[in-house]
Design a protein around this ligand. Structure first.
Ligand code: COA
Length: 163
């Protein structure tokens, strides 16, 4: 008999989750974005989790946590009604549909908040993931993070009646 993979769960963010989410954030940048950003850029991006602002944003946004057997393995956050601010999945479980589950849920929540469309400033690493879900590139951005320039792409999806 084949082994059954544990089923992922979803739950809301709690203030005590900040350290584990900071660890997922750093691991995901370090191990998954190396083809798209150089080491100095990755380092600057990872350091964002060491600021007080990181926890404040998670608490201010509607943040969802994906779990496997009760442990957080990824998270995503909705800023206001119509902007995905964060989406990070632990490299140990990437490619298993965790981000899909998180973004499915955020699209429904955005629809519930009255959003007609949803936007994201997608990293170059995540651009293919969002394109596959119907997000369309609108503009290219260069942002400074801890004195490093990082490129991303504003992408937008119109939310349909099914969301
Ligand atoms: C982008 C990211 C969130 C994807 O998470 P994931 O849990 O591995 O994604 P899923 O398993 O749900 O992938 C769903 C589909 O998208 C595809 N996909 C995932 N990442 C992709 C990528 N970089 N390019 C193209 N397709 C991608 C998968 O192949 C899968 O396709 P399938 O359904 O045909 O098998 C993850 O790679 C990550 O955390 N990256 C680093 C941090 C980052 O850049 N975050 C985004 C900030 S905006």
């Amino acid at each position: 008999m084949g082994q059954t993979l544990p089923k992922p769960g979803l739950r809301p963010f709690l203030p005590d989750d900040v350290p584990v989410l900071a660890a997922i954030f750093a691991a995901s940048i370090e191990e998954l974005t190396g083809d798209d950003y150089n080491e100095a850029q990755q380092q600057a991006w990872m350091e964002a989790a060491e600021t007080e602002e990181f926890g404040k944003r998670l608490a201010a946004d509607l943040t969802l946590i994906a779990t496997l057997e009760g442990s957080p393995v990824g998270f995503a956050s909705l800023q206001g009604a119509d902007h995905i601010r964060m989406l990070y999945v632990h490299p140990a479980v990437s490619g298993q549909g965790i981000a899909t589950m998180l973004v499915d849920a955020l699209e429904k929540l955005a629809g519930g908040r009255g959003a007609k469309s949803l936007s994201v400033d997608a990293s170059d690493t995540a651009q293919g993931f969002f394109a596959k879900r119907g997000y369309v590139a609108m503009q290219r951005n260069s942002i400074t993070v801890n004195d490093e320039w990082l490129a991303n792409t504003t992408m937008k999806k119109t939310l349909g009646a099914s969301q």
